[in-house]
Design a protein around this ligand. Structure first.
Ligand code: SAH
Length: 409
């Protein structure tokens, strides 16, 4: 192709102009700019790589464009990006190197966490020799980017299988064609993984990338499982146990001192998997299928007592509007649990609602303690495991609270 044509094609790279507020967000190092802060955009194809300009046309960096999301652009670089697939490959290698520094004793963890690894719209989880990936934006869905992702993961990690887990709602929001979940590469989509112990020790779990619930496992709680096991003792109850993450650690982790562990969840398939997981570790535990709110109420009325209770409910506040109601839910659960704990008992209480911030959560737990006539000592205030990095300028990356409390009469 003649040089001139190439140069003019380069010049044609689409650009967006931002309002002053949009510019301020980028200067604060938040990677998202909302559509309402874009003042100029013309015929930009979905998922394009765009040059970002201020009102006077000054170049601010490069972003990934979405034609449908309210988040119109997500910054990918503060310089120019001549080759997006190559940059994605480089960032994936960096994310893998970061995990090598920070994760030990486990073969399941989040390898790439979207904005927190400077790869907006890409999530990769490792479950031993099976990798799962989630593609959440138009730009990451482009064929050349997908190819770069697969190549890099194969080359760097040599997995036995790579599974794509699709959230149909997200593809619809991004106006991407529907796609089934499935194996993208290799032959293996199910495996066993282990957490919090040197090979071959650690707590073991089954993983099936194609079956089960959309979420896979709650990898963000990995370090909290081990921390909870350090303090747990006596009779323990894991409400909202899912496939047994906390319960199994309370029963099996070398630090754990529990005499009995009961897991509660409203989902039968989750409990069936929890039971299989217990067996994989050579143990039988008690699993109860129930609504945890009702069960705690019943047990409290019947004067049941525990020494350790874990509360890890689903996100009660999915949007800002739900916050009041969510706080009510957290208060009720924590109040009931505190009343059921023996003096000196341990309460492990979590919130994964981003819209309920750390201060709100501490306040609601403190209010519950007041109503329960208990005093709380904070043993640890924790967040997500280190493989789910928090970007300090991006509040959305900090969503998980995990308080370990010592509860006194
Ligand atoms: N602690 C788990 C994750 C819990 S996720 C882990 O670390 O793996 C939240 C769980 O709450 C899900 O398994 C869901 O099935 C369950 N759940 C939702 N509402 C419930 C209710 N009212 N009572 C009991 N379980 C509920």
């Amino acid at each position: 192709m003649p040089k001139k044509r190439a140069a003019s094609a380069k010049h044609a790279e689409p650009s967006v102009k931002l309002s002053t507020r949009g510019v301020a967000r980028l200067q604060g190092r938040h990677p998202w700019v909302y559509r309402s802060d874009i003042t100029e955009e013309k015929d930009i194809p979905p998922g394009a790589v765009v040059r970002v300009l201020d009102q006077r046309g000054k170049f601010l960096g490069t972003a990934l464009y979405s034609s449908s999301s309210q988040i119109a652009i997500r910054m990918i670089s503060h310089g120019s990006v001549p080759d997006l697939p190559a940059l994605v490959a480089e960032r994936i290698r960096a994310a893998i190197a970061y995990r090598k520094e920070l994760v030990s004793n486990s073969d399941a963890y989040r390898m790439v966490f979207s904005e927190a690894d400077f790869l907006p719209g890409l999530i990769v989880d490792r479950y031993n020799d099976v990798l799962t990936l989630q593609i959440l934006t138009q730009a990451m869905d482009a064929a050349a980017v997908r190819e770069a992702i697969l190549q890099t993961l194969r080359k760097e990690l040599q997995p036995a299988g790579i599974v794509e887990r699709v959230d149909p709602r997200i593809r619809e929001l991004e106006q991407l064609p529907p796609l089934p979940s499935g194996l993208l590469w290799g032959k293996k989509s199910s495996t066993e993984f282990r957490m919090n112990g040197e090979d071959p020790k650690g707590v073991r779990f089954h993983y099936d990338g194609l079956e089960g619930q959309k979420t896979g496992a709650f990898l963000d709680q990995r370090e909290n499982y081990a921390a909870a096991a350090e303090y747990a003792h006596g009779e323990a109850l894991d409400a909202f146990c899912y496939q047994g993450g906390f319960a199994l650690h309370l029963a099996l982790h070398p630090a754990a001192k529990c005499s009995s562990v009961t897991g509660v969840d409203s989902s039968r398939p989750a409990l069936e998997m929890a039971e299989k997981n217990a067996r994989l570790n050579g143990r039988e535990l008690e699993w109860i299928e129930a609504n945890a709110f009702d069960l705690l109420r019943e047990y409290a009325a019947a004067n049941r007592r525990y020494d350790t209770i874990v509360l890890d409910p689903p996100a009660f506040a999915k949007t800002k509007r739900d916050v009041e109601k969510a706080l009510g839910g957290y208060k009720e659960l924590n109040l009931r649990a505190m009343k059921m704990l023996r003096n000196g008992g341990i309460l492990v209480t979590c919130s994964c609602s981003f819209h309920v911030g750390a201060a709100d959560f501490l306040k609601v737990v403190a209010d519950a303690a007041q109503d329960a006539h208990k005093s709380l000592r904070v043993v640890e205030h924790r967040g997500a495991a280190k493989d789910h990095p928090i970007l300090l300028n991006v509040p959305e990356t900090s969503y998980l609270q995990c308080l370990i409390l010592s509860v006194s009469n």
